[in-house]
Design a protein around this ligand. Structure first.
Ligand SMILES: [Zn+2]
Length: 163
């Protein structure tokens, strides 16, 4: 059977075995609990996985991801993750990580309708409105998109502090 998920299962076995060669106690130590120093709020985009792009390992980063790394104050999922990370795990830092080429940001900047996701994009459109004067003054569209990514991160950091 040549299904993609079979490759993922095979890779998982290979990675697990490699970790055990490196350190026979690796998984036993992980089973004792987690003490991540960082909460990562990032985009769900498959190109920005927190561990791979930071060179970190299992147990190092507590993660919440959604489209365009949003901190929506009515999102019980995000609020639960944030509360648990700060009050139980006692993380030292919260990182909001955006990325250039974000499809969520592009979609929010367009006037197209996408269906269900439009409800989520509404939050991004609100961010755009906050920075509209600055963003509308940027004539080059790719540059405006990049700046929208940046101001969105700035705005989501404000919202983390507010929550
Ligand atoms: Zn994205």
């Amino acid at each position: 059977m040549d299904r993609y998920y079979n490759k993922l299962i095979e890779n998982n076995i290979k990675v697990t075995q490699a970790r055990l060669v490196e350190d026979p106690d690796y998984y036993r130590k992980l089973s004792l609990g987690q003490q991540p120093k960082v909460l990562w709020i990032g985009c769900a985009d498959s190109r920005v996985p927190s561990n791979e792009i930071t060179g970190s390992r299992q147990g190092e980063i507590f993660v919440h991801r959604n489209i365009a790394n949003m901190v929506v104050h009515s999102d019980m999922n995000m609020l639960s993750v944030l509360d648990y990370a700060v009050n139980v795990l006692k993380v030292e830092h919260v990182i909001v990580c955006g990325h250039y080429g974000c499809g969520g940001i592009e979609a929010a900047m367009s006037n197209k309708q996408f269906g269900l996701i439009d409800n989520w994009l509404r939050h991004l459109k609100d961010v755009y409105r906050l920075y509209q004067q600055e963003l509308d003054a940027i004539e080059d569209e790719p540059e405006r998109l990049r700046r929208f990514v940046e101001v969105n991160v700035i705005e989501q950091v404000f919202l983390v502090v507010a929550d």
